[in-house]
Ligand binder design. Structure first.
Ligand code: SAM
Length: 194
């Protein structure tokens, strides 16, 4: 397997990782808003600067545990990672430094209780808080899953909200597959202008 196999252009999450590659090593504060099974946290932690701080949030205790397990398995040092269980809208409001990178991977834990999923209202609230705390040139990535009714409502709400961000303050864009069957995940990208 080459490095290129790790980054196929077919998936919102791998697109997010690819786009973040040059930014992660330069970031001082990073947040995984939904750490789930830990893949995104592991991606950020494996590339971040040794002096950076990474927060891993999830509403479920089992997700925090799964994330800690994957990091241990990959021998990733957790000294600069803060794990917090709770709702990300609440947790992010306590971060008191400008944030360089925020990653939302919405929806539910594939291997867990599908009834526990991100919800439009809370997601928008959390995004708003992040927009107020994001550093200049900082980036917010949001992978959204329109394949379920609630996921579709959430994706629409996120899209509608991000469409009206002031162009003078933020670059707001999206990426979506155009030849995939069903309802593939989409990626939204916001960057605070410098
Ligand atoms: C698609 S999974 C995340 C996948 C994960 N990033 C990974 O790499 O494996 C979505 C996660 O969002 C979490 N979640 C749902 N609502 C949340 C909330 N209000 N605050 C924080 N996490 C939440 C779920 O518990 C679930 O683990």
């Amino acid at each position: 397997m080459t490095d290129m196999d790790n980054y196929p252009f077919n998936n919102a999450v791998s697109m997010a990782h690819m786009l973040l590659l040059p930014y992660v090593p330069q970031a001082g504060v990073l947040i995984d808003m939904t750490c789930g099974n830990g893949h995104d946290t592991a991606f950020l932690a494996s590339l971040m600067n040794k002096d950076a701080m990474l927060y891993a949030f999830d509403i479920q205790a089992c997700a925090i545990k799964a994330t800690q397990n994957i990091l241990a398995k990959q021998n990733i040092c957790t000294e600069h990672i803060i794990f917090c269980q709770g709702s990300h809208d609440d947790l992010v409001s306590h971060v008191d430094r400008p944030i360089d990178i925020v990653l939302f991977n919405l929806g539910y834990l594939p291997s867990g209780d599908h009834g526990i999923h991100t919800k439009s209202e809370i997601t928008i609230k959390a995004i708003k808080i992040c927009l107020n705390k994001i550093a200049k040139n900082g980036i917010i990535m949001i992978a959204a899953y329109p394949g379920t009714d609630s996921g579709a409502r959430e994706e629409q709400a996120v899209c509608k909200f991000l469409e009206q961000l002031p162009q003078k303050e933020f670059h707001s864009s999206s990426w979506r597959p155009v030849n995939q069957i069903h309802y593939p995940p989409l990626l939204y990208i916001v960057q605070k202008r410098g």
